[in-house]
Design a protein around this ligand. Structure first.
Ligand code: 4AD
Ligand code: MG
Length: 477
């Protein structure tokens, strides 16, 4: 007999057939009713033990968390809230789970407690729903790009460059930290290191992706990226996954169109293919909202919010217009912002981004044409000489979800900008080659995958949408 899974049995009407399945006990009631889950769906299937003919020693071992193998008959269920059940003819305990010691009991656990038990939290409804949605989103990302003629590009994880120029890198070295080789000036001599120079974990695959876009036309990366920024927020990780498309001949408008279409497409995929998990997460968020003050509650339910994103156009606003709006906003005038907006040129903080999205426009916003001074060296300088063709997509509850730009394709302008921002030309000789040989307008962006998962699942903390979060002072598991 082939083994079935819970998802297919719950949808089956093939009653009286004999079935076999394996899974974990979620609850066991009245020495009779097992709620069994095997990960194939958020739902459990009710399995009924023939307790008169089952050894008492076996009954004792049917505990929350135990792994079991079951054979039985699929039957129509008369119970409320379920259509099918399994009348067990044979049960085998595959792996016991001592109820005195098992941390995941069938009750509400705090997210803090579950983070400390990240290896077991996946056994709860919330985390299994989040991680199934995460997996579906990942598939939808690849599907979108491949369907639209992109090639998947695997960017190197170890690099010698700092794409964002922010200096937030994790160094990689095999030198003995206690006794490193030193040069004549007494500095650590990285020419003796594994790669013959100092290297780091990548902060972005963009620069390498650009070189591939200049031959393959349309490429995208989807891989881990690393940032040693000491930000203990609900939206920052030290290790996160980024999706970075890069397209030859696209200008900034094309880039914005791509970002919007892409995000809508992957969210639609989840709305269509993760109905049970989304329904659960929707109710979870509604329940969580009840314990918040009225002013902090979500105006829309999770599913309404996702549909809203798919059905409405993102609003496109220049940085200069945004600064005007923010300068004249009530929280700025009443000094409610922690960082007051006084003049053109200041960087926007997440409080400003969220004001624009959540209070002013009440819609996803794409901000573009930022001051050159606050953005990376590779962005294309506008004719005004002071702004660059940058774009950030801002989302409700999240703030920045995408950062991208049209790239500076003119060699001399790029070299001048590198000089101004202190980026070493010698390190990036290969990058500059793309501007020497067949240079062309091109654009791309990076989307933080965990921020997308956070938005799609309605989870408040980014640490709860990646299996094993890496944050300052925390790399357990
Ligand atoms: O805006 P960022 O820094 O852009 C880049 O890295 C460009 N090279 C992308 C490109 O044009 N190809 O990062 C892109 C996105 C952000 O919008 C955010 O969603 C996410 O990556 N991100 C983080 N997510 C989680 N934790 C962090 N520490 C993040 N830093 C950035
Ligand atoms: Mg950014």
């Amino acid at each position: 007999m082939t083994r079935s899974n819970v998802a297919e049995l719950l949808n089956s009407t093939n009653f009286s057939q004999e079935v076999s399945l394996k899974g974990w006990v979620r609850t066991f009631r009245a020495n009779r009713f097992i709620a069994l889950n095997d990960g194939s769906t958020i739902n459990t299937i009710q399995c009924i033990v023939d307790f008169e003919n089952t050894d008492e020693r076996i009954l004792k071992r049917i505990t929350t968390g135990a792994a079991v193998s079951i054979k039985g008959i699929l039957a129509e269920s008369l119970g409320k809230g379920q259509n099918v059940e399994i009348q067990i003819s044979e049960i085998e305990i595959l792996g016991d789970s001592n109820p005195e010691e098992y941390p995941i009991q069938p009750k509400k656990h705090s997210f803090e407690f579950l983070r400390e038990n990240a290896h077991l939290r996946i056994r709860t409804n919330t985390f299994s729903a989040v991680m199934r949605v995460r997996s579906a989103l990942s598939f939808a990302v690849h599907k979108y790009f491949i369907k639209n003629g992109f090639y998947n590009f695997h960017a190197p994880i170890i690099t010698g460059s700092d794409a964002e120029g922010a200096g937030e890198m994790f160094n990689i070295t095999t030198l003995d930290a206690n006794n490193p080789p030193r040069d004549e000036a007494g500095k650590i001599d990285y020419s003796k290191d594994f790669f013959g120079k100092l290297t780091n974990l990548t902060v972005s695959g963009q620069l390498e992706a650009e070189t591939y876009a200049m031959a393959l036309g349309k490429v995208y990366t989807f891989g881990p990226t690393f940032r040693a920024e000491n930000s203990n927020t609900t939206r920052h990780l030290a290790e996160f996954w980024m999706i970075e498309p890069e397209v030859a001949f696209n200008n900034l408008d094309d880039n914005m169109d791509l970002a919007e279409d892409f995000i809508k497409s992957v969210i639609s995929y989840v709305l269509k293919n993760c109905k049970d998990d989304l329904a659960f997460l929707n109710d979870r968020l509604a329940e969580e909202d009840k314990s918040k003050p009225a002013s902090d509650r979500n105006e829309m339910s999770l599913i309404e919010k996702l549909k809203f994103i798919v059905e409405n156009n993102f609003i496109r606003v220049s940085y200069t217009e945004a600064i005007d709006i923010l300068k004249n906003s009530t929280p700025n005038k009443k000094k409610k912002f922690q960082y007051l907006i006084e003049e053109w040129g200041t960087d926007l903080q997440s409080e400003h981004e969220r004001f624009l999205v959540e209070k002013h426009f009440k819609c996803p916003v794409i901000l573009y044409d930022y001051p050159a001074k606050i953005k990376a060296f590779y962005m294309r300088l506008n004719n005004d000489g002071k702004t660059v063709r940058a774009m950030d997509v801002l989302f409700p509850g999240i703030g920045e979800i995408v950062g991208g730009s049209q790239r500076e394709e003119r060699l001399e302008v790029l070299q001048q900008k590198m000089k101004d921002l202190g980026v070493d030309e010698k390190e990036l000789w290969w990058y500059l080659d793309t501007r020497k040989f067949g240079t062309a307008v091109h654009s791309g962006f990076g989307l933080g995958f965990e921020r997308l998962v956070q938005f799609t699942t309605g989870m408040g903390n980014i640490r709860d949408v990646i299996p094993y979060p890496r944050t300052p002072q925390n790399a357990e598991f």
